[in-house]
Every structure is written in C-alpha cells, then in structure tokens.
Design a protein around this ligand. Structure first.
Ligand code: ZN
Length: 336
C-alpha cells in the first residue's frame, strides 16, 4: 500500500516535471518566434525608412541648385521691376498726366512696359527674339526635346554638364548635328567645388570644354554659371570667374524669363503661362528651362509653348554671337 503511494507520488512528480519542462519549452519557443517576428519587423521597417531617407537626401541635394536658380529668377523679376520703376520716375515730362489723374492705372502700366523695352536699345526692329535654353542635361528626355524642336523646325540652346555614359555622349553629338547650340554649364555642377577657387573653376571649365570638343569636334564658346552670374552661393567673388571667362573669349548668358520649372510643384501649364506672360516684356528673351529626369512636365509644355510663341510672331533662335547679352552681372562691369 505505502509502496504504491510512493510509486504514485514519484510518477506524479515526474509528470509535473515533464509538464514544467514542456511549459518552459513552449515558452521559449514562443519567445524565440516573437523575437524573430519583431526582428524581421524592425528590419523591414528600418529598411524602408533608410530607403526613404536616402531618396529624400538625394532629392534635397538635387533641389538645392534648383532652388537657388529659382530664387535668382524671382530676384530678377524684382530687379527688372525696380529698374523700370526707376526709369519711369526719372522721366518727369511724360508723367504729368499720370500724376494728376491717378485713377488711370493703365497709362502708368504702359509707361513701365515702354521703359522696360527701351532698356534694350541694341534691338531696333520690332521682332521679339526668344531663346529657349535647357540647363543640366543631357538626360533621358534630351532626345524627346530634340524631336519636338525638329518637329517645329526650331533651334535652341543646351547648357550641358559633363556626363560620361554612352547615351549622354550620343546626345552631345545629336545637339550639335541637329543644329542647336551646345553650351557649357560646368562639368561637375557642384557649387562648392567649382566656386571654391579660380583654380578649381578653371579646371572644371577646361575639363568640360575639351571634353565636349573631343566628342563633337566643336569648341563651345557659351557658358552659363550654375545658379547664374549673380548667385549667392559662391564664396569667391564672381568677378574673378567672369574675368577668367572674358579672357578665354567665352560669353556667358543668364536668363530674363524663367519657366518656373525649377520649383518642385510646377505644371506644363504653369511653364506656358510663366513664359508667355514674360516674353512680351523683352525684345530678347532668354528662357530658363531644365533638361533633367525630374522635369518631364517641361517637355510636355514644349509643343504648346512653341505654337503660342509662333502664333505671336516671336522668332525662336539658338544663342549665337549676335545674341543680345542677357546677364545678371554684366561682363563689362568686371575689370581686372
Ligand atoms: Zn544648373
């Protein structure tokens, strides 16, 4: 009887131990799988975050230059307006009517318009010349731009940067072969590098010029400073670089009409509206646009834009040595 009890309690003890071990095993398994699930979750989560952050950094870097150019174009509009206002105020005899009848706002506006046009005395005829310029290419859309320009038999200007892939090399050739102006916009397009010193600027300049000449057989003679000649990014006085370009016999162009495609949220329609509302103000309009992978809306705007310009009898031309200079900082203002 007692032995049976002892045997029973041993058996009971063993079963309880087994159960305990089983519970521990299950607990450990549950913990292990939880740990795996949580790790996988965090790995996926942080993987996504990292990917998104990398993309954001890339976009930010790309937008830095674009923002500068955009701010610059906004500055230009303000500068042009204040210049016109100053000229307007400097002409006292034309103003009596406007002063006495202040309700006549349109007369005032017309005066502003006229003084803006008279700011370009070099042009004697009434033809409006429009120079479409594309910065930062070549891109995967360059060929599409070229095809549209061909379709309308229009020539433009491409301020290109240095790219060494096969497609870009092909595009440099195509730009030249199809009769457009191949112009320079720095090899690296890295503000902090090219504007670091005259030496750095010269090196970048010669690298791009000889690179393009080697590919196309044509030595480019036109330049556009990244950010424009009046950019606020360069720590070196821009006059140093302007002086160098003058010595090299290089003509640089800024712009007086911005398509607004430097902003992130722009549309084909806004490109058309921006350009059409500004080209009327000048006899010579140099239009800033971009040829990059983020700017397809610009290309979509191109056919309608060209049609509207042609409907207004504006002449669309590539930049050449006869083009009236459009410079934020005049090359003449820099003397060594
Ligand atoms: Zn640029």
């Amino acid at each position: 009887m007692d032995e049976e009890k002892i045997g029973d309690s041993n058996l009971g003890e063993q079963m309880r131990r087994r159960k305990r071990i089983n519970r521990m095993k299950t607990g450990m398994l549950v913990l292990l799988s939880l740990w795996v699930v949580v790790s996988v979750f965090f790995m996926v989560f942080f993987g996504f975050r990292l990917n998104r952050l990398t993309q954001q950094i890339k976009t930010l870097q790309e937008n830095q230059e674009i923002l500068e150019e955009y701010l610059q174009s906004e500055n230009d509009v303000i500068n042009q307006l204040s210049e016109s206002l100053m000229e307007y105020q400097e002409e006292p005899d034309t103003e009596d009517a406007g002063e006495s009848g202040d309700t006549d706002g349109t007369a005032r506006e017309e005066e502003v318009q006229t003084s803006q046009e008279s700011a370009q005395p070099e042009v004697e005829d009434d033809v409006h010349r429009v120079y479409l310029t594309f910065d930062d290419g070549p891109s995967e859309y360059t060929e599409e731009i070229l095809d549209i320009l061909d379709q309308y038999q229009v020539k433009a200007t491409f301020f290109v940067i240095g790219k060494e892939d096969e497609h870009s090399v092909e595009m440099y050739k195509e730009i030249v072969n199809r009769g457009h102006t191949l112009a320079m916009h720095s090899f690296s397009h890295k503000y902090n590098e090219i504007y670091a010193s005259l030496d750095a600027f010269q090196e970048d300049f010669h690298k791009l010029q000889s690179y393009l000449e080697g590919i196309t057989g044509v030595k480019p003679v036109f330049y556009r400073f990244p950010g424009g000649s009046s950019n606020q990014v360069s720590n070196t006085d821009m006059g140093v670089f302007i002086n160098f370009l003058n010595e090299e016999g290089i003509t640089y162009f800024d712009w007086n009409v911005s398509s607004g495609d430097a902003t992130q949220s722009y549309s084909s329609q806004s490109v058309i509206d921006n350009v059409m509302s500004d080209v009327d103000k000048f006899h010579t309009s140099v239009v800033l646009m971009h040829d990059t992978s983020q700017k397809h809306a610009t290309i979509e705007a191109l056919p309608a834009l060209i049609e509207q310009l042609q409907a207004e009898d504006d002449v669309i031309l590539p930049i050449d040595e006869t083009t009236v200079l459009v410079q934020h900082i005049s090359a003449d203002s820099v003397t060594q």
